[in-house]
Design a protein around this ligand. Sequence first.
Ligand SMILES: O=P(O)(O)O[C@H]1O[C@H](CO)[C@@H](O)[C@H]1O
Ligand SMILES: Nc1nc2[nH]cnc2c(=O)[nH]1
Length: 303
Amino acid sequence: MCDKNHNTITDPCEHHLTASNQYTYGDIEELANYLKERVSIQPQIGIICGTGLGAVTELLADPTIFDYKDIPKFPVSTVPGHAGRLLFGHIDGTPVISMQGRFHFFEGYPLWMCTMPVRLMKLLGVTTLILSNAAGGINPSFNVGDIMLIKDHINFVGFAGHNPLRGPNEDKFGARFVAVNDAYSRELLREAKAVAQGLGMKGVQEGVYACIGGPSFETVAELKLMHQLGADAVGMSTVHEVITARHCGIKCFALSLITNMCVMDYESDEKPDHLEILTVGKERENDVKILVKNIILRLAKIN
Ligand SMILES: O=P(O)(O)O[C@H]1O[C@H](CO)[C@@H](O)[C@H]1O
Ligand SMILES: Nc1nc2[nH]cnc2c(=O)[nH]1
């Protein structure tokens, strides 16, 4: 057995169990080097596409594309509407990396695995992350097809003790404890609102996104609770990516496409349905695309 007097959590050896199997800084550095050897673009902006919103990747001119399954140590997407591709390219001259498909907790991946690509983006040079998701509308003034610019979140998954930063802290990415009261950049939110207004885009809202673990949707009682707590929309993603991004100092802007209104009435026969969610995504993907493109154009002008 090991006779070294060390901390088994932060300084494990082969004789001791580690507190978690999370990727080390070195693992992610290796992954970054693997990609750097194959693509010369150094991305400034990262994009994570939500369910059915992968068309945003069409904005990338002449992209270099990797299938997740071909990248060493990379998880694979298992949810319909998430293609499972990593793209490098330029959007109007700005170097961008985009995930066409994300990883969700309900797929069985631990949160540190779901969010590893955010740390990878950091090591590739990303300073701003743009995230999208499909979400159910809780705020009764919302309509299907609205785009909600996220100003804050409620992390129900976190309330249950699951956090992507749980386990030994990787100091090279950030400090043990991270503030998230300002997780969504006020500056980026202001810019996005100005862009939407400038484009005369209808149905653009602002609100609080609640994250649950899924894959079951919400009960009526859960939705009533979320409404009382101040949630405007609910989904099963984004929050852990934002927490990981803030930990390593990446600025975040996120939006939800309201693909369905949550059923908050016991008498209703309606139900949320993933295929319908994909259909609404398809109908509105062009507007999401235009919004993201113009936000990136504006960022390029002000930076
Ligand atoms: O959050 P994204 O990845 O857009 O996916 C949303 O759509 C799926 C439900 O249809 C859930 O995974 C929910 O989180
Ligand atoms: N949890 C949850 N996720 C969604 N994604 C799209 N719509 C919904 C919804 O109604 N609830």
